[in-house]
Design a protein around this ligand. Sequence first.
Ligand SMILES: CSCCC(=O)/C(O)=C/O
Ligand SMILES: [Fe+2]
Ligand code: NI
Length: 181
Amino acid sequence: MSSLTVYHQSQPEQPEKMLTDPADIASTLATVGVRFERWAANAPIAPGASPVEVIAAYHHEIEKLMFEEGYVTVDVVSMDRNHPQKAELRAKFLDEHTHGEDEVRFFVAGRGLFCLHVDERVYAVLCEKNDLISVPAGTKHWFDMGEEPHFVAIRLFNNPEGWVAQFTGDPIAAGFPGLEY
Ligand SMILES: CSCCC(=O)/C(O)=C/O
Ligand SMILES: [Fe+2]
Ligand code: NI
């Protein structure tokens, strides 16, 4: 089940709020400019499907987002426990960073934990299959896929280069709960 846990940045052991109703998650995230929606990721994706196959399966959803928001680039991140770079990629995304553009992710399988650091609060969003999240450009955040990752996420970008990040150098992520099973 998707969830949102809100913390003060100084108290990672004591959440201020935990929400599981998608409407409550969406309205709370909207207060910090984040779009959160439940879509229907019902197109069948075979295990090991290529990015081209995933994009073809979801081309209607992708075209809608591109048309509405002007995104120009799309890619697919597909992770499972056998991915040869799972530890390296986990460490990269776990480092707090920002992007110069919105972070738009549509989860079509599995799950992952986005932690958004806005002012003095951390919004930990457990995203699952069917979740669309769009985090405004410049928002400090990190992402945990866990030790045994399993997710397929479609990423949309409004720059032709795709994924570009600026790391903040803040070790805050290490003090917060990661993705649990
Ligand atoms: C869920 S897609 C992989 C993670 C990613 O692209 C990112 O920028 C995390 O912050
Ligand atoms: Fe990111
Ligand atoms: Ni079609």
